[in-house]
Design a protein around this ligand. Structure first.
Ligand code: FMN
Length: 190
């Protein structure tokens, strides 16, 4: 599969098989994030990987899922088997959202290349997670990435209505509308 095909095939996964993600793959994900582009090469990001099953269970209640669905939260038996937390060390840079996004996509794509799905999670109980994960005060929890082998196959579709909201179709498949290329791509000026 080419990189382009991998990128097109990626969908956010919110239901996971209860099989561990290999530790070596999690390390490669963090390494792919480490070497990502960084504004002024300041590299303010650090990472906490959680793959201990008990700790994953403790993290889960502090994550929020699929706001557009009535019941999009993974049920017991569908929950992530690993998390990567992206921290911003504010002593290096107060705020680095672009760095965070690039690192997150590197993590997700490296995982996907090995068949592991992911969900970036910005809706976090950061205070509870800071305490649980012993995050020092100079670091902000910027984003979490939940990981695991997929137990669902969401589908991308071209947006046909005005709604960007993902939804479940009659078969229970998650459908993810994307704005048409013609609506977002402007050649040689807007
Ligand atoms: C910065 C960011 C934060 C996100 N936070 C959440 C979240 O808190 N919970 C969740 O279920 N999904 C979250 N998502 C996943 C988006 O809902 C998802 O990317 C979007 O619906 C498009 O689906 P796709 O990733 O399959 O293209 C987040 C994605 C990004 C990029």
């Amino acid at each position: 599969m080419t990189t382009y095909e991998l990128i097109l095939s990626r969908r956010t996964i919110r239901k996971f098989q209860q099989e561990p993600v290999p530790q070596e793959l999690l390390e490669r994900c963090a390494n792919a994030a480490r070497v990502a582009p960084s504004g002024a090469n300041l590299q303010p990001l650090e990472y906490i990987v959680v793959n201990d099953p008990e700790q994953c269970q403790q993290v889960f209640p502090h994550t929020a899922w699929a706001g557009y669905l009535d019941d999009g939260t993974p049920q017991p038996g569908e929950q992530p088997t690993a998390y990567v937390f992206i921290l911003t060390n504010t002593e290096i840079r107060a705020n680095a959202p672009q760095d965070v996004g690039i690192a997150a996509e590197n993590i997700v794509l490296v995982a996907l290349d090995e068949g592991v799905g992911g969900c970036m999670i910005g809706s976090l109980d950061r205070d509870a997670l800071r305490q649980m994960l012993e995050v020092p005060s100079q670091c902000e929890i910027s984003l979490a990435i939940a990981l695991g082998y997929p137990a669902e196959q969401p589908m991308m579709e071209e947006m046909t209505s005005d709604s960007i909201k993902y939804y479940l179709d009659e078969d229970g498949t998650l459908r993810v509308p994307k704005r048409a290329l013609a609506d977002v791509l402007h050649w040689n000026g807007y």
